[in-house]
Every structure is written in structure tokens, then in C-alpha cells.
Design a protein around this ligand. Structure first.
Ligand code: NAD
Ligand code: UD1
Length: 343
């Protein structure tokens, strides 16, 4: 019996693979490497000293996805595979709907056909829209402000409908807040293509001298220092949340959505200062106008995950900064491009 991890070569998927293997699960990774590199999986093997099957398959390739289910005894699926860049989703919405929604439809069709009715899905706090009141509870009104967010909302609805049609499914929807940091080994981490859009990889690249300064988008928000406040969560805490979610779907039927966040709001300047303190480095920055679509404050109420999954984040902002910097310093240019056949 194996756990199928779609998108397992990506940032969050690779960290979750490590936790799954360390917890004793057999895993199979399916990824098309459109936003990742097989080297992350090679490093997962090194960190854990365990081996696993890798399928270089696109979820849109129906026959190949079916083959994965035919060749393996899949017990449950952790579904990370998807495109995730908000700005890009506005430019190429058709690709986002096609990849994220059709990809999920193919996966669910094959799961149903092979009687694999247990899935943990990677959703996002973006489903709460831009005006949710904080701390955000799972019952807050939902809404999307961009095509990426719409794909997450539609997939959540799809999963609800699947459950309503067949109550023998076990489904957990995880709404991540802002994952940052890296595995403590510094061997796996976030490897953005091109200039990063998100705050933490931009800070680490400024620290590494790749950009002259950080642009801070807005200092006139109604927050304690005027900069945007978010709920940053260590990616390893997020990964352990998936182990708890997997235990939940393996132990029974039902559907539930859970916030994975720390419950603590951290501003852009708080994060910059924490990073400077932990690393002893100086981060140059300039204040620019607000970034369109950003909200002032977004942080989770993580109570439901604590009570129903038995999970809570344990790593602090210093761990997140230290581990992000270790990854960046050990891998100044990210992963080396390796061929799938060589690993
Ligand atoms: P990532 O891009 O690093 O990983 C996604 C992986 O999926 C990549 O390895 C990519 O190659 C693969 N993939 C994409 N489309 C595929 C397809 N059609 N078939 C097979 N593989 C495919 O992203 P991540 O940060 O690890 O995010 C994982 C999931 O979590 C995504 O669904 C993302 O939307 C969601 N999420 C991420 C964040 C975040 O801040 N990183 C926040 C909220 C939700
Ligand atoms: C963004 C996405 C969200 C996605 C998440 C993780 C938007 C509107 N939201 O969240 O859907 O789930 O990334 O991929 O894009 N900031 C700067 N300078 C920078 C980068 C960011 O000041 O160079 C600020 C932002 O204004 C924000 C905070 O840092 O206040 C965090 O930004 P970011 O890391 O991009 O995450 P979100 O915007 O919260």
C-alpha cells in the first residue's frame, strides 16, 4: 500500500515526502516537473535514505495517470500538483483552469475507478478573498480575486460534490497560509523560477546579493508598522500537517477543510528584522506603492486543525529565517538541472 504524492517534487511536496518517509509510509511521486526539478527528489532520498518510485507524468495525460493506478496499490493521494503563481494566472487563465481543474478531474476520475477514495488537497488561504476578518476561521465567506484562487475554490466545490455523491470518501482540504523556510538540512527548499514574487525568497536573494534591495509594497496599511501582515508558517510544520491529515482520511470517511497557519500575524518589516537578527546580514529596502490585490492583514485561526487533526505549528519566525537562509546559502542557484533518468 502506497501514498501517491502528486506534485511531490515541488516546494511543499518535497518537504512532505521527507516527513512521509520518516513516518514509515511508502510513497509514489507523480510530477511533470513543469515547476520543479528531479534533483529535489534525489535529495529527498538522500535525507531519508529511502527509495521510492517516481513517475514523470502530467495529470492531463489520462492514460499515463491510469497506468500509475494500475501498476501500484494506492491507498490515498496527497494532491499538491498545480500551477500557483497569482500574477501569471491573470495572464494565462486558460492554462491555470486547464492544468489545475482538468488535472484534478482526471485524478479524481482515476481514483474513483480504482476505488481509492482518500485524498488530501492543497488549497490556500486565498479562498477567503481579500476582506476576511481576522483571525480567519474556516466558516468565513469564500471568494476568489484571481484565476488561481478561482481554481482552488472550484476544486474545493468539486471535492464537496464528490463527497455528497458518495459518502465513503475521506477528504481533507488544507488551506495553507504563507509557507516559508526549508528543511533543516538545507538540502531542499523553495526554488522559484526567475525573480521571486513572494516575500521570503526575495529577502534571501537580496541577502545573497542577487538583487540590490527589497521592494516593500506599501507602508500605509492599518497595521502596527504600516506594512502588510501575514501568517508565515514553516514548510516543515506544513508538511507534518499533511501527515495528520493523511491519518484523518485513512481512519475514516467525511470531508473537512482546515487552516494550516500559526495564528500569528507578522508584518513585512517584522520579517525583515527577524531575518537580519538571525543572519547578522543587512537587508536594504525601499518603500513602494501597495501591490494591487494585496490585503492589509491575513492570519489564521488554527483551532480547528488543533482540535480535529491534533496538529499545530511549532516552529517560530527565527527557525523560518534561519532555515530559509541555510537553503539559499547552500544552493545559491537552486537545484542543479538533472535528468529524471539519472536519479
Ligand atoms: P510547486 O510549484 O513548487 O509544486 C507544484 C508541483 O506540481 C511542481 O513540482 C509541478 O511541476 C507539479 N505540477 C504542476 N502541474 C502538474 C501537472 N499537470 N501534472 C503533474 N505535476 C504538475 O508549488 P508548491 O509551493 O509546492 O505548492 C504545492 C501546492 O500547494 C499547489 O497546489 C499550490 O497551489 C498550493 N499552495 C501553495 C502555497 C505556497 O505559498 N507555496 C500556498 C497555498 C497553496
Ligand atoms: C501570495 C498570493 C497568495 C499565495 C501566496 C503564496 C497574492 C495577492 N497572493 O500571498 O494567493 O497563496 O502568495 O504563494 O499574490 N511583499 C513585499 N515585497 C515583495 C513581496 C511581497 O513587500 O517583494 C509583501 C506583500 O505586499 C505582502 C507580504 O509581503 O504584504 C507577503 O507577500 P507574498 O509573500 O507575496 O504572499 P501573499 O501576498 O500573502
Amino acid at each position: 500500500m502506497s501514498i501517491l504524492v502528486t506534485g511531490g517534487a515541488g516546494y511543499i511536496g518535497s518537504h512532505t515526502c521527507v516527513e512521509l518517509l520518516n513516518a514509515g509510509y511508502d510513497i509514489i511521486v507523480l510530477d511533470n516537473f513543469s515547476n520543479s526539478n528531479p534533483e529535489s527528489l534525489q535529495r529527498v532520498r538522500q535525507i531519508t535514505n529511502k527509495s521510492f518510485k517516481i513517475y514523470d507524468v502530467d495529470l492531463l495525460e489520462r492514460e499515463k495517470v491510469e497506468m500509475v493506478f494500475e501498476e501500484n496499490h494506492v491507498e490515498a493521494v496527497l494532491h499538491f500538483a498545480g500551477l500557483k503563481a497569482v500574477g501569471e494566472s491573470v495572464s494565462i487563465p486558460i492554462d491555470y483552469y486547464q492544468n489545475n481543474i482538468t488535472g484534478t478531474l482526471v485524478l479524481l476520475e482515476m481514483m474513483a475507478r480504482h476505488k481509492v477514495k482518500k485524498i488530501v488537497f492543497s488549497s490556500s488561504a486565498t479562498v477567503y478573498g481579500a476582506n476576511a476578518s481576522v483571525p480567519i476561521i474556516e466558516d468565513s465567506p469564500l471568494g476568489a480575486t484571481n484565476p488561481y484562487g478561482s481554481t482552488k475554490l472550484i476544486i474545493e466545490q468539486l471535492l464537496n460534490d464528490v463527497y455528497l455523491s458518495d459518502r465513503s470518501w475521506g477528504i481533507v482540504i488544507l488551506r495553507y497560509f504563507n509557507p516559508i523556510g526549508a528543511h533543516i538540512s538545507g538540502e531542499i527548499g523553495e526554488d522559484p523560477k526567475g525573480k521571486p514574487n513572494n516575500l521570503m525568497p526575495y529577502i534571501t536573494q537580496v541577502a545573497a546579493g542577487k538583487h540590490p534591495r527589497l521592494n516593500i509594497y506599501g507602508k500605509d496599511y492599518p497595521t502596527h508598522d504600516g506594512t502588510g501582515v501575514r501568517d508565515y508558517i514553516h514548510v516543515v510544520d506544513l508538511a507534518t500537517g499533511h501527515i495528520k491529515a493523511l491519518e484523518k482520511v485513512l481512519s475514516g470517511k467525511g470531508i473537512g477543510a482546515y487552516n494550516l497557519g500559526t495564528g500569528t500575524g507578522i508584518s513585512v518589516l517584522d520579517l525583515v528584522h527577524a531575518f537580519e537578527q538571525v543572519t547578522g546580514l543587512n537587508i536594504q529596502y525601499q518603500i513602494l506603492d501597495r501591490r494591487p490585490g494585496d490585503s492589509a492583514t491575513c492570519f489564521a485561526d488554527p483551532k480547528k486543525a488543533r482540535e480535529e487533526l491534533g496538529w499545530e505549528a511549532i516552529k517560530g519566525i527565527e527557525d523560518m529565517c534561519r532555515d530559509a537562509w541555510r537553503w539559499q546559502s547552500k544552493n545559491p542557484n537552486g537545484y542543479k538541472k538533472v535528468d529524471i533518468v539519472s536519479i
